[in-house]
Design a binder for this molecule. Sequence first.
Ligand SMILES: C[S@@+](CC[C@H](N)C(=O)[O-])C[C@H]1O[C@@H](n2cnc3c(N)ncnc32)[C@H](O)[C@@H]1O
Length: 190
Amino acid sequence: MKSMSELSHEFLKGALHRQAFCVDGTLGSGRDSAFFLEQGADLVYAYEVCEELYEQSCEKLASPHFHAFLKSHEFAGEDLEAAGRCVDAAVFNFGFDPRTIAGSCTKAESSLKAVLAVLDAMKIRGRMSLVFYMHEEGQKEYRLIMDAINCRQDTDLLECRRCDHPGAPILVCVEKKKAVQPSEKGVKWN
Ligand SMILES: C[S@@+](CC[C@H](N)C(=O)[O-])C[C@H]1O[C@@H](n2cnc3c(N)ncnc32)[C@H](O)[C@@H]1O
């Protein structure tokens, strides 16, 4: 059976094309960004807070189509506004990089800010995949983000989970279906 990460790539393929602008909210070892680049994306913005992982991945993925930021994804909104273009596809693979002891775990509140900022910058029929891990902070992250997205009226949502492994990662596939008015967002974040 495919992993949630592989399934997330299958879902994202439907929003990718040669001019695609993509966001990798959690760069880590760079597998998700590498996927976007392999698919021929025009520009990938990626965020990472761990300097070691950031440097390793920047070296591995160096390309005029790849731009990484050594900062928290919660500040992505400013970069996306400055980029002046809509996001076609985004991925957030939450938690920590299991191969790097120095890596830090994503936090529910900053993850929520990042997801909502990317969703706001996303084009209609743009796609975002969210992979949650069910440790304590991951469960909080999942509930906070799902409550916020469920309040909005601009997305279609599909959730994939292993019925036989309750502790296994959960994939949430999000497709933007319309532009949202500020009053419809249903959640305040700043
Ligand atoms: C599960 S890993 C990501 C895997 C990665 N996408 C890949 O393909 O290899 C999660 C990553 O998020 C990073 N991270 C934690 N908090 C973050 C934040 N606030 N902003 C951006 N990245 C963060 C961690 O350091 C870790 O490398």
